[in-house]
Design a protein around this ligand. Structure first.
Ligand code: SAH
Length: 223
């Protein structure tokens, strides 16, 4: 089988899920998440020079010093959100738009914030081409979330934050999940699952070590 095939990507995600099951507490991911991973064409979100590697289970450069995340991590983080079809989800770090697209197949509405205007524009073009209409994007500083559409059933951050942004916790519904890499830029980072219970109390749990580009805390575009 060709390395550049979507089936190979799915098989690689499944083996990595099995390999990390002790850390994540998951033997397999939900069938709905795996179906979304099969449906969304990752090659559409990868720059032309990288198309040959579009279905490799690894991150790839997308310009502006940013990357499209590894498919296994995209699938795992999506699974951790425990999404329902009627949900409204907030994503911080649109990047290539690939994670956004996966979310859009699973829930009613996705809101996504990106700090680099050009990445946001490129992602929007791809959503239009693919006919994904339930995605709303804006350029801004994700540390502040997107208060106008809060509260969200789930929130996902796809860049590493130095701390859990209080605005994001505020914008999460009781019963909701927030998945976020927390740690030092290009160094030790943990993927953290933050849950808000029905009383509004917040709990957090470390899932596994990850490597993300930093979540920049500024309104100035990076790169
Ligand atoms: N989910 C994306 C990940 C892209 S990398 C994908 O798979 O393609 C992380 C993204 O977060 C980058 O595009 C970066 O520009 C963006 N980012 C960094 N700091 C941010 C901030 N404060 N607010 C919003 N986006 C931010």
């Amino acid at each position: 089988m060709s390395v550049n095939s979507k089936q190979q990507m799915i098989d690689d995600i499944e083996s990595e899920v099995a390999f990390t099951r002790r850390m994540t507490g998951r033997d397999h991911l939900s069938p709905a998440v795996m179906e979304a991973m099969r449906e969304v064409p990752r090659d559409a979100f990868v720059p032309s020079a990288m198309k040959h590697a579009a279905f490799r289970n690894g991150p790839l450069p997308i310009g502006h010093g940013q990357t499209i995340s590894q498919p296994y991590i995209v699938a795992l983080m999506t699974d951790m959100l425990q999404l329902e079809p009627e949900d409204k989800v907030l994503e911080i770090g649109t990047g290539s738009g690939y994670q956004t697209a996966i979310l859009s197949r699973l829930v009613r509405q996705v809101f996504s914030v990106e700090v680099v205007p050009e990445l946001s524009r490129k992602a929007e073009e791809i959503f239009q081409k693919l006919g994904y209409e339930n995605i709303h994007i804006r350029v801004g500083n994700g540390y502040e979330g997107w208060p106008e559409h809060a509260p969200y059933d789930a929130i996902i951050v796809t860049a590493a934050a130095s701390h859990i942004p209080p605005a994001l916790v505020d914008q999460l519904k009781p019963g909701g999940n927030l998945v976020i890499p927390v740690g030092e830029p290009y160094s030790y980072q943990r993927l953290v699952l933050v849950t808000k219970d029905q009383k509004g109390d917040v709990h957090s749990r470390d899932i596994l070590g990850v490597a993300f580009v930093p979540l920049v805390d500024t309104d100035q575009p990076a790169g």
